[in-house]
Design a protein around this ligand. Structure first.
Ligand code: PLP
Length: 284
């Protein structure tokens, strides 16, 4: 079955799914995106993702291309047409197509692209059971990574440098020595005395939807949580570390910079949060 993408009002086979060379997303990364988990054919936490999308669009002063209900129909339609049971749906909205010039163009319609893909759920679960490795990298991103833009070059380079060092993920460290987040996920630790710590959601991290749902799990499980910056050294001394994102959910990190985290195995807190996650996520 060939994959179908939605591009500006049309559902097209992948080979025909194209945007213009002067799309501002392509030329300036003047675009925002969302990635939503698909589970048993249903969208997970769609409402929260569309809330964040509206916030990103508002921050960049890009007009919503269509009403929210219409966007929701497109997302579901792309999932259905691609027969996705488990995987994710990707939505990108750029400011539109215009002659190359930095200021906002006038009277230009935003471009909308939606794709969906399957993920091997068993492989993901096997990975979670094993845990992943990460290396720390300097956080050299711009000051508004709370806006979910497609300007991900530092993230691309960070992930590649992790792979080059034989690790899977990269954890960003800011100039003061505090961890911000991972290359495509939020970062968490469990301290030696059992406190969960994740950076507060300021402009230095993306406010993850998975992170927000995990907060609800944490509340129900009566775990002690601290939203604050933590250092690389604290992460080295942590009992557990993990990342959260819509594609990885709660993913244990078992090595950081070639040192085992805790006993080098996925920890009980991460395992529990992963297990309980979907009881708290909204299924659309
Ligand atoms: N931080 C970054 C830099 C990300 O790219 C992502 C997801 O893509 C996240 C955090 C996690 O966000 P979410 O839980 O909404 O997927």
């Amino acid at each position: 079955m060939s994959r179908i993408a939605y591009v500006n009002g049309r559902y097209l086979p992948f080979r025909d799914a194209k945007v213009h060379v002067e799309d501002r997303g392509y030329q300036f990364a003047d675009a925002v995106y969302e990635v939503c988990e698909v589970r048993a054919g249903r969208l997970i936490d769609e409402r929260r993702h569309l809330d964040r999308l509206e916030r990103s669009l508002g921050a960049l002063r890009i007009q919503p291309p269509m009403p929210r209900a219409a966007l929701s129909i497109v997302l579901h339609e792309v999932v259905a047409r691609n027969r996705i049971a488990h995987g994710n749906v990707y939505l990108q909205i750029s400011r539109g197509v215009a002659r190359r010039d930095l200021p906002f163009p006038l009277d230009v319609a935003p471009s909308v692209v939606v794709t969906a893909r399957s993920l091997n759920r068993l492989r993901l679960e096997a990975l979670a059971a094993q845990g992943i490795t990460a290396v720390s990298v300097p956080d050299n991103r711009w000051g508004r990574v709370d806006i979910k833009t497609v300007g991900l070059l530092p993230n691309v380079l960070a992930r590649q440098s992790a792979l080059d060092k034989g690790a899977r993920d990269a954890w960003f460290v800011d100039q003061k020595g505090f961890m911000t987040e991972a290359a495509s996920a939020n970062a968490w630790i469990v301290t030696a005395d059992g406190k969960l710590v994740t950076r507060h959601a300021d402009h230095a991290i993306l406010g993850g939807i998975t992170r927000a749902v995990v907060f609800e799990v944490v509340k129900e499980q009566n775990l002690h949580i601290e939203e604050r910056p933590f250092t690389l050294d604290e992460a080295y001394r942590a009992r557990e570390a993990f990342v959260t994102s819509a594609t990885q959910l709660v993913m244990p990190v078992v090595r950081l910079d070639d040192r085992p985290v805790g006993d080098g195995k996925p920890g009980p807190v991460a395992i529990r949060l992963r297990r309980e996650f979907h009881r708290f996520a909204e299924t659309g």
